[in-house]
Ligand binder design. Structure first.
Ligand SMILES: [Zn+2]
Length: 217
């Protein structure tokens, strides 16, 4: 089966996608990883991505979509996995429409869309309590994964800092963008059977179980 997973920044989307992928032997296609990988492999598309990022601009939809098409069309991936899960794409309705065209083109079907539904205030609380090690980049959370010693990394002793985009003002702006751009996609996919809504505010393990239950129904 093939999936898309949707969720606001801080909803735990990446974690749930990789757990689900492992459990069901799915190819986990995260657009962030695809972009980093293309840059690292210095493919023609990767060079375009590197140039775009270096100029401080957003990577155009057409390039991201092309990378997704490549990943989905590789014969090796088709035999190694029992399906795929897309994480980080689509983020807008026009991207969702473009994805349908590409899938039709390469003979793939999107079977279900998993939506991690979560109260924005919970996300603000989660993300504004996130701390990152300035040396080894380990991630902590003052709410549920605090360091043993306040302000100090357990692993390397580095100083823990709050990333610029984890301050509550920035988080609220990112959530506003998510609401404006991504929420319309939910209508797009809500055609009676494909959309699976999961309460994303529960503990990580419970969310994982809820996804598994919904998909198995
Ligand atoms: Zn560290």
């Amino acid at each position: 089966m093939n999936f898309v997973i949707l969720g606001a920044p801080g909803s735990g989307k990446g974690t749930q996608a990789s757990r689900f992928a492992e459990k069901r032997n799915l190819h986990h296609i995260s657009t962030g990883d695809l972009l980093r990988d293309a840059v690292a492999r210095k493919t023609p598309l990767g060079k375009q991505v590197a140039d775009t990022l270096a100029s401080g601009q957003l990577v155009p939809d057409s390039i991201v979509l092309e990378l997704i098409r490549e990943a989905l069309s590789q014969p090796g991936n088709k035999t190694a996995y029992d399906g795929w899960i897309l994480d980080g794409y689509p983020r807008t309705t026009s991207q969702a429409e473009a994805l349908e065209l590409v899938l039709g083109d390469i003979g793939e079907n999107l079977d279900a869309v998993i939506l991690l539904d979560i109260d924005p205030e919970i996300i603000v609380a989660r993300l504004s309590n996130r701390r990152t090690c300035s040396k080894c980049k380990a991630v902590y959370n003052l709410l549920n994964k605090p360091p043993r010693k306040e302000g100090v990394c357990d692993q390397c002793g580095g100083a823990l800092v709050q990333r610029e985009d984890d301050t509550s003002g920035t988080i609220r702006k990112r959530l506003d963008v998510y609401r404006a751009q991504t929420l319309p996609i939910i209508d797009f996919y809500d055609d009676g059977s494909r959309l699976l809504k999961v309460d994303g505010s529960r503990p990580i393990d419970e969310v994982t179980e809820a996804i598994e239950r919904l998909v198995s129904e």
